[in-house]
Each structure stands twice: as structure tokens, then as C-alpha cells.
Design a protein around this ligand. Structure first.
Ligand SMILES: Cc1cc2nc3c(=O)[nH]c(=O)nc-3n(C[C@H](O)[C@H](O)[C@H](O)COP(=O)(O)O)c2cc1C
Length: 203
């Protein structure tokens, strides 16, 4: 079963989280991660004028852009986004808004979904971003999963991560690396999507 990990990332933090989610998927026999990015909406001239944005783009240059077939072929889907004013990034929302044909055909109904997020600051809106992104995924008929408290790092994380999904605190300059606890919570989401996706597929 393919687990699609579809994400948007300007500076590379959400991309790095996607790779940790993929590691978790790989731990489950019968599941295979597929990492895909969405279309960039920031004008190329703006990216060219910023060293940090250019570095983020360079990091992801070999990641293919997601297609509707990637969504069709996946048994489970992880959605990754940076927080924008307490909410999902326009880039990821733009992709979700292009799922209309799959929505009308009910093709995403019954697929397992989870959300991971990066913010600059500790209380910058990880939970609001995840909870508000759950609304369109419910419209699409997806079955949402978070990360349960049996993942003990939810109690000890000094960065991101909550029962709603993995989180990363990137810092004001978006340069803080993903710490050990945040990475463990990312892997836990990958395993959970793979396990529950496989279980639902068998029915
Ligand atoms: C327009 C804009 C809005 C943002 N809004 C928030 C916010 O509400 N809360 C927060 O903590 N960080 C906010 N940030 C910071 C980003 O979330 C942060 O740069 C991001 O998590 C880094 O992820 P990336 O490296 O994958 O792009 C904002 C950044 C931009 C450019």
C-alpha cells in the first residue's frame, strides 16, 4: 500500500518532517511512502531575492510535484504544511482545492489521513492549523488520525507535536533543526497511517 506524503515547504522544515514521516511508514511491512510536493505560488523573483528561500527550493528540487493519480493510488495520505497566520498554507490549500474531481467521484472516501505542521513559534498555531485543515479532509470523506499518548514523547516534547499531529518549531528564522522528540512523533504518524490504512484496506 502506498502512503502519500504530500506537503508544502518554503524553507525546508516541513520537507524534513515529511522524510521522518516516511521513515515511520517504512517500518510497517506492506507500506511504501511516496513523498510529493505541491505547486509553489511564491513568484520566482521573490525566491531568487532570498537566500533562505533559494536554499529551501534547492533542497526539494528532486521531489516530484503531486498528481491526482498519486492521490488515487494512495491507501493513506499525510498532509504537511507550514502555518500561515494560524492556518494552512495557500500552496497546500490550492492543491486541496484541485481535488474536486476526486471529491465528486468519492475517490478519497475511506482513506486514512493525518496532518503535520511547522510553525515559527511555540504558540504560533500548530493546533489551529491542524484542526482547521481537518475540515476539508472530512468533506473529502477521509478518516482522520492523530498521534495517541502511548507515544510518550507527546508528554516530553520541548518543541512541537500534539495528539492532533506532529509539529516542529522552526524558530523565527526558520532554521531550527527538527529535534529528537519531534522526529519520533513524525515517525509515529507515518506508522499509524500505514497500520490503519492497511487494516481498512483489508475490509
Ligand atoms: C505569511 C507567513 C505567515 C506565518 N504565520 C505564522 C503563524 O501564524 N505562526 C507561526 O508560528 N509561524 C508563522 N509563520 C512562520 C512559518 O510557519 C515558518 O516559517 C514555517 O513553519 C517554516 O516551515 P518551512 O521551512 O517548511 O517553510 C508564518 C510565515 C509566513 C511567511
Amino acid at each position: 500500500m502506498k502512503v502519500l506524503i504530500v506537503y508544502y515547504s518554503t524553507y525546508g522544515n516541513v520537507f524534513k518532517m515529511a522524510k521522518f514521516v516516511a521513515e515511520g511508514v517504512r517500518e510497517i511491512k506492506g507500506a511504501e511512502p511516496v513523498i510529493r510536493k505541491v505547486q509553489e505560488l511564491i513568484p520566482a523573483s521573490v525566491i531568487e531575492s532570498r537566500e533562505d528561500m533559494k536554499a529551501g527550493r534547492e533542497m526539494q528540487k528532486d521531489i516530484p510535484q503531486v498528481t491526482l493519480d498519486d492521490f488515487r493510488e494512495a491507501g493513506a495520505i499525510a498532509f504537511g504544511t507550514p502555518t500561515r497566520f494560524g492556518n494552512v498554507s495557500a500552496q497546500l490549500k490550492n492543491q486541496i482545492d484541485q481535488l474536486t474531481s476526486l471529491w465528486f467521484a468519492g475517490e478519497l472516501e475511506g482513506k486514512t489521513a493525518g496532518i503535520f505542521v511547522s510553525t515559527a513559534s511555540l504558540h504560533g498555531g500548530q493546533e489551529t492549523t491542524i484542526l482547521t485543515l481537518m475540515a476539508p479532509l472530512l468533506h473529502l470523506g477521509m478518516i482522520l488520525v492523530g498521534v495517541p499518548y502511548s507515544v510518550k514523547e507527546l508528554f516530553t516534547t520541548q518543541g512541537g507535536g500534539s495528539p492532533y499531529g506532529p509539529g516542529h518549531i522552526a524558530g523565527q528564522d526558520s532554521q531550527r533543526e527538527i529535534d529528537q522528540h519531534e522526529a519520533i512523533i513524525c515517525r509515529a504518524l507515518g506508522r499509524r497511517l500505514a497500520e490503519i490504512g492497511l487494516r481498512l484496506q483489508k475490509k
